[in-house]
Design a protein around this ligand. Structure first.
Ligand SMILES: [Zn+2]
Length: 145
């Protein structure tokens, strides 16, 4: 995890220094990070709301939500995105569960194409046989690609 930014604009290290008496080099944790930002409430905070279900509109109900709303956390790109962009490329993610990422769609598509190529069938029994043949003929490499 890289350093954060304090509300003053200064750098905030998320790991204790190597000369720390009890936790050298350890991750500070949410409570310490929030303390250093001067945002820790006197009554304290839970680490997270039950099941990450924070009350609608609340931004300081728990450590998780409070940190999530901090500008440096909000603006942090993923490591993958940073890597791709550092190589001079654009990174455009498919939506979660997009069909292009789902192997079964590749499998069905290849099997349907194969079924079309082999021609018409005249009976239900013949169709069943050819469908099974088409499904069995798709190589694993094509499904996983
Ligand atoms: Zn919460």
């Amino acid at each position: 995890m890289q350093d954060g930014t304090l509300p003053t604009g200064e750098c905030q290290q998320f790991y204790f220094p190597l000369h720390h008496p009890t936790m050298p080099g350890w991750f500070k944790g949410m409570e310490e990070i929030i303390h250093e930002r001067g945002l820790w409430p006197a009554e304290g905070l839970l680490a997270q709301c039950l099941g990450f279900h924070c009350p609608l509109g609340k931004t300081d109900c728990c450590c998780w939500q409070l940190l999530y709303m901090q500008p440096d956390f909000l603006n942090q790109k993923s490591l993958l995105l940073e890597l791709v962009e550092s190589c001079g490329h654009l990174c455009d993610f498919y939506p979660k569960y997009h069909c292009k990422l789902n192997f079964i769609e590749q499998y069905w598509g290849a099997a349907k194409l194969h079924f079309r190529v082999i021609g018409c069938v005249k009976t239900i029994g013949e169709m069943e046989t050819k469908v099974i043949e088409c499904l069995d003929d798709i190589p694993l490499l094509q499904i996983r690609w």
